[in-house]
Write a protein that binds this ligand. Structure first.
Ligand code: NAD
Length: 356
């Protein structure tokens, strides 16, 4: 994070409605505002009931529900959804669910230009970014395109009341990771720093409360508010080593998205902290702690999250391949990324030892 006033801030042009109950009371109004009359509702199979309720709330403006979203948007899933949207003559999509449902809506928007409304049910933050992803033959491609940025985002904390505690914790820490990397991004700014600190503080406060009382609407609201801010940080900046590592571990080794972010984050921040002391101190302040990497590690452990890459199924023999992939292309990072350094980071994350 820079400590001087020299920055560019490119605000993302979308609208946010945040209110308990908004999924069912505000989505139709958002579709109407955009002039949509033939909306296709998207979700994963587990979120189909909620998506059906949103579809019902749209009345005649809904032409179908497609509950086929899958993690990392396999290209054949995207092809099928695009075909369906064309067959139905859809003029827009509403994605109800986590990053996978929003990702499918983005894939349709990328191919067809159809406007997207997002109704998120996790803390992943995809709804606030112009980044799309598609997976083909085991490799995930991503890109930025303003066409995939949702035109409107409907945040409804009630939708997250049933989010299981383990996913609540890991999805929340996935969001924190966006804010951490935004603080030391080359395109950070004072606005991003404000959002990042507020977002990390809101999530770090809410997650322990949700682990104890998952149906607290008040804590759910604060967590979703934090997720919105952290997602905004992700959408406005360039991510570094941490996101690169998680991309490799998810894309090449099939490790689960939010859990991987949770395990890797303390080690990635420990690696970068010497080159980004201001980021480490802002994160520590938001966590009300002295040592940011250690506080993130403690938070995850206290809330019962997975503690090591070994626990997530990575094999020791994969560490060297993952390290080589993570350094194969240059990207912005506050501390130079060396294969040796990344291998040591990954080994510590593999073993789950305290970040040093
Ligand atoms: P997800 O959408 O796959 O959801 C995880 C699981 O939780 C699913 O089984 C889902 O059905 C279930 N679920 C979701 N909401 C629920 C709720 N409220 N109650 C109960 N169960 C619920 O996972 P995710 O972590 O939200 O998103 C991960 C995906 O999003 C990855 O593919 C990742 O790459 C992508 N992503 C993209 C961006 C971007 O900017 N493009 C940003 C973040 C994440």
């Amino acid at each position: 994070m820079k400590n001087f006033l020299d920055f560019i801030y490119d605000a993302q042009p979308m609208r946010v409605v945040f209110r308990p109950g908004a999924a069912l009371t505000a989505t139709a109004g958002e579709a109407e505002r955009l002039g949509l009359r033939r909306v296709l509702v998207l979700s994963g199979s587990r979120g189909a009931d909620t998506a059906q309720a949103v579809a019902d709330s749209l009345g005649e403006a809904c032409v179908g529900l497609h509950a086929e979203a899958k993690m990392h948007v396999p290209v054949e899933v995207a092809d099928h959804a695009v075909e369906l949207a064309r067959t139905l003559g859809a003029d827009g999509c509403v994605a109800v669910g986590g990053g996978s449902a929003v990702g499918l809506g983005k894939a349709i928007a990328l191919r067809t230009g159809l406007p997207l409304i997002a109704v998120p049910s996790t803390y992943a933050g995809s709804e606030m970014t112009p980044v799309w992803g598609l997976t083909e033959n085991g490799a995930k491609r991503t890109g930025r395109d303003p066409a995939v940025l949702p035109r409107s985002v409907v945040y409804d904390p009630e939708l997250t009341l049933e989010l299981p505690v383990p996913l609540t914790v890991t999805s929340g820490i996935n969001a924190i990771a966006h804010a951490v990397e935004a603080l030391y991004a080359p395109d950070t700014s004072p606005v991003i720093a404000l959002m990042a600190e507020e977002g990390v503080g809101a999530l770090a406060g809410a997650l322990p409360e949700l682990a104890a009382e998952p149906r607290s609407l008040e804590a759910r609201s604060r967590a979703l508010y934090g997720a919105w801010l952290c997602g905004s940080c992700l959408g406005a900046t360039t991510m570094g080593l941490h996101h690169k590592l998680c991309h490799v571990l998810g894309g090449t080794f099939g490790l689960p998205h939010a859990e991987t972010h949770t395990v890797v984050l303390p080690y990635a921040l420990a690696y970068n902290a010497p080159a980004a002391p201001l980021t480490a101190s802002v994160v520590a302040r938001a966590l009300d702690a002295e040592d940011a990497p250690r506080a993130l590690w403690d938070l995850a452990r206290r809330l019962g999250a997975p503690r090591s890459l070994a626990e997530l199924g990575l094999k020791e023999g994969d560490l060297a391949t993952a390290a080589a992939q993570a350094v194969s292309q240059a990207y912005a990072n506050p501390r130079p990324v060396t294969e040796e350094g990344v291998l040591a980071l990954l080994r510590a994350a593999y073993e789950g030892t305290p970040p040093a």
